[in-house]
Design a protein around this ligand. Structure first.
Ligand SMILES: Nc1ncnc2c1ncn2[C@@H]1O[C@H](COP(=O)(O)OP(=O)(O)OP(=O)(O)O)[C@@H](O)[C@H]1O
Length: 257
């Protein structure tokens, strides 16, 4: 079967800083995949290049076998994206935002209206559907962003920290929606720092460090009998912080002095 995502030597340089140093990311179709790595590992830069938001300096990326930069129309029809620091049309209501997105995607009006109503209901946003997005909370913005990313029924969904700011009840709902989505053969790729979440949700994981993939595969293979957190620390060389500094932190002057 064609992989949902495959990159070949993806590369990006900012001035003298190499952000992504030849990434070969593979995500099989139907996976619930996690992309993990320390701060600055290159996850956001990689996802931006795969979703055609940022042009790579080298290498290429394919979605469902279509080259992202040679076949952008095919690719954009197949992907849904919930990016980091999502910008929304603030002066639209949640419902208007979905209807507008659906029309931009060329979905017939009646279908958009039905899908929007169902998504608002599932995301528990029906009561806030006519409120302006500018007045939404952080979690509500995540949920309406996710609804907008799902509206055209993409085959591959990219999510950057999708559960950040989302309450536990809504997180369960989102999880169910995403599980149903992958069960029908679609693919979810999300970046997260929360290992417990990745361990619970994902069947595939790619670990990045220093702009490169240091491990990837079925999650049980990458864990190799360890917790994902331990595997992560072993792979990225964490846990050896310098205890010599910060001796002043927490120290209080003696009373009466
Ligand atoms: N627009 C930019 N200009 C200059 N350097 C950048 C830019 N974007 C990212 N970088 C650098 O590229 C490297 C990778 O950044 P990136 O945001 O992709 O990492 P990340 O894995 O998503 O990190 P985090 O987990 O902290 O979000 C970092 O060293 C960062 O400083």
């Amino acid at each position: 079967m064609t992989d949902a995502v495959r990159t070949h030597g993806l590369y990006k340089q900012y001035g003298r800083q190499t952000a992504v140093a030849g990434v070969d990311l593979v995500v099989p179709a139907g996976s619930f995949a996690g992309l993990v790595g320390p701060n600055g590992a290159g996850k956001t830069t990689t996802l931006s290049m795969i979703t055609a938001l940022l042009r790579p300096d080298g290498g290429r990326a394919e979605i469902d076998g279509f080259d992202v930069w040679r076949d952008p129309v095919q690719v954009k029809a197949r992907i849904g994206v919930l990016p980091e620091g999502l910008r929304l049309f603030e002066r639209l209501s949640g419902r208007e935002l979905l209807l507008y997105n659906g029309r931009l995607r060329g979905i017939p009006k009646a279908d958009v209206e039905q899908r929007a109503a169902e998504l608002l209901d599932v995301m528990d946003l029906t009561g806030s559907a006519d409120k302006l997005v500018v007045d939404y909370s952080t979690g509500m913005r995540k949920k309406i962003g996710l609804a907008a990313a799902l509206l055209h029924n993409p085959s591959v969904l990219f999510l950057d920290e999708p559960f950040e700011g989302v309450d536990p009840v809504s997180a369960n709902t989102l999880t169910d929606v995403l599980r149903g989505f992958t069960a029908s053969g679609s693919t979810v790729i999300f970046s997260s720092h929360v290992m417990e979440l990745v361990e619970r949700l994902c069947d595939w994981v790619s670990v990045m460090s220093g702009g490169a993939i240091v491990a990837q595969g079925p999650i049980d293979e990458v864990r190799a009998g360890r917790s994902l957190n331990q595997a992560f620390l072993d792979l990225v060389g964490g846990g050896h912080h310098n205890q010599a500094g910060l001796s002043w932190l927490g120290a209080r002057p003696q009373e009466g002095r």
